[in-house]
Design a protein around this ligand. Structure first.
Ligand SMILES: [Fe+2]
Length: 298
């Protein structure tokens, strides 16, 4: 058994457009091109994560929303068709994945010990959410690693961003403990974008890049501030300003995915690697990575 640790953590946003533009065999619609900056950034992140030789991908997704506690996929194999509810014209993706149920159960148990409400999802016909699918595909298109998928309990909606962040931090700590106990090498994915105001209509050719731009200068400034903090290793400060960032930029980070990742990685102070920034239907997306000392030999 190898030494268990988190070998990589990534900000891995999930616009289905990036898969659409890549034309993998699993996706039915085809595109001519599109969103190259983000896709080339993902290619570099992919190579770095692969170099850490992970055993498993653990993803926290804003699009698996559970309102009573946090759930984890608890079935060893899933195979089905995922159709994006907003963009069925771009994303009709045949997925097939293996789940590391043992690790999912260990995270469940650690989180219960920490006082969180948790549940294993045991329905074999469950439709895996597209946030999980897109982030995992873009990080590891070969699907040759098992995954663990964790829901967002959306307590930001019920209580507030601070409560969500606190619960996500407890979940992050539980995730790290479970990884270490089981001796796994885990790569963690925070499946979320930055600013999230998007266009309300689509251009005739979705991949027409002459139509793609930031939704506003104010939100662009917010995104640049967050990226600057990633580059400076100011991850605790990022969590501190998260309530304001989320309110001002309607960020998807209200789901807790980023707070979960940072707590699991114990708030890295090393500069994060920013692979790309780009907009998708006006939303701000960064692809970034953190690698604990010794996990990635450069
Ligand atoms: Fe999303």
């Amino acid at each position: 058994m190898t030494e268990g640790r988190i070998v990589a953590g990534a900000l891995a946003p999930h616009p289905p457009h990036l898969i659409y533009a890549e034309n993998p065999p699993q996706n039915e619609p085809t595109a001519e091109c599109g969103w190259e900056g983000l896709r080339w950034g993902y290619e570099r992140m992919r190579a770095d994560v692969a170099a850490t030789k992970p055993d498993v991908l653990i993803v926290h997704s804003p699009h698996w929303q559970t309102y009573v506690g946090t759930h984890l996929l608890g079935v060893p194999h899933f195979k089905s068709l995922s159709v994006d509810p907003i963009f069925p014209n771009l994303f009709r993706y045949s997925y097939e994945m293996n789940v590391d149920v043992e690790l999912a159960e260990a995270i469940h148990d650690e989180a219960v010990d920490a006082g969180l409400e948790m549940k294993m999802m045991r329905n074999p016909d469950f439709r895996v959410d597209y946030g999980t699918i897109v982030s995992c595909h873009l990080t590891r298109p070969a699907w040759d690693l098992p995954i663990v998928s964790i829901s967002s309990n959306r307590s930001a909606s019920y209580y507030g961003v601070e409560v969500m962040q606190e619960m996500a931090a407890a979940l992050g700590n539980a995730t790290r403990k479970a990884v270490e106990k089981l001796g796994k090498r885990a790569a963690l994915l925070s499946s979320s974008s930055l600013s999230h105001r998007h266009f309300t209509s689509e251009s005739e050719i979705p991949e027409d890049m002459s139509m793609e731009h930031v939704s506003s200068h104010a939100l662009y400034l917010w995104d640049m501030q967050m990226i600057d903090m990633i580059k400076k290793g100011q991850t605790r400060q990022m969590i501190d300003i998260m309530p304001e960032f989320i309110t001002q930029s309607i960020s998807e980070m209200d789901a807790g995915s980023f707070a979960w990742l940072m707590a699991a990685m114990e708030y890295p102070e090393e500069p994060g690697e920013v692979y790309a920034y780009g907009t998708v239907i006006g939303t701000g997306n960064a692809v970034a990575g953190w690698y604990p000392k010794g996990a990635l030999a450069r």
